[in-house]
Design a protein around this ligand. Structure first.
Ligand SMILES: N[C@@H](CCC(=O)N[C@@H](CS)C(=O)NCC(=O)O)C(=O)O
Length: 215
């Protein structure tokens, strides 16, 4: 198994957590330096035409792309521990929480969007950071309201770790990168804190990856 990764990538962080939870160690981790634009080089474009991380090649391929699709693939091929509840309504809630992060929030703050705002619309850095913080806060607010539901337990959905927790952890790491205060979001912060104590999450954290800065 070959994982295309970069320390700072929040989407790859999600996949790393799932791999750890499933006790899978990729045979090879290929570094694609997002800060140097390596995701746009021909070699990586051939792996993922979207020019985004992560991508995962299992065996003879094809390359899998999009973190949620990769995590569901891992869940289907390595069912223990399961990352989705059994009941359809529970699965829909968990997928919905996950998609608030991975589909409605995170894609708005990725390098290609920040770079477009900079080069095409000439937005300065403080304005670009404000943009990112805005979309973070929108997601945090929606997550917090959803997490007030009685279906929430120790984690996002009951007391078992699910795909929603994996995404919540990535939202929490992203909030730190963009200096967004998560303290007003009590359920979110409580769950993020509980997840940070779990080895599979701690080991996968962006700042624990090769090439990451000390803080
Ligand atoms: N929805 C995608 C997002 C993938 C994505 O945008 N990844 C970022 C890193 S977290 C990336 O590689 N961005 C490259 C760019 O924006 O140029 C997923 O969940 O996999």
């Amino acid at each position: 198994m070959k994982l295309f990764s970069f320390w700072r990538s929040l989407a790859t962080y999600r996949v790393r957590i799932a791999l750890n939870l499933k006790s899978i160690t990729p045979d090879e981790v290929v570094d694609v330096n997002l800060m140097k634009g390596a995701q746009r080089e021909v070699a990586y474009r051939a792996v993922n035409p979207m020019m985004a991380l992560p991508a995962l090649v299992d065996g003879d391929g094809p390359a899998l792309f999009e973190s949620l699709a990769i995590i569901e693939y891992l869940d289907e091929t390595h069912p223990n521990p399961p990352l989705l509840p059994r009941d359809p309504k529970g699965r829909a809630r968990v997928r919905g929480l996950a998609q608030i992060v991975a589909c409605d929030s995170h894609p708005l703050i990725v390098p290609r969007v920040r770079e477009y705002l900079e080069h095409e619309f000439k937005l300065d850095e403080p304005t670009r950071i404000k943009w990112c913080q805005h979309w973070h806060l929108m997601a945090l607010s929606a997550l917090e309201t959803n997490l007030a539901d009685k279906a929430t337990g120790r984690y996002c959905h009951g007391d078992t770790i699910t795909l929603a927790d994996i995404c919540l952890a990535s939202q929490a790491a992203g909030a730190k990168f963009f200096a967004v205060d998560t303290a007003p979001f009590a359920n979110f912060s409580r769950i993020a804190n509980a997840l940070s104590q779990i080895d599979a999450f701690a080991r996968a954290h962006p700042l624990k990856q090769p090439g990451a800065p000390a803080s």
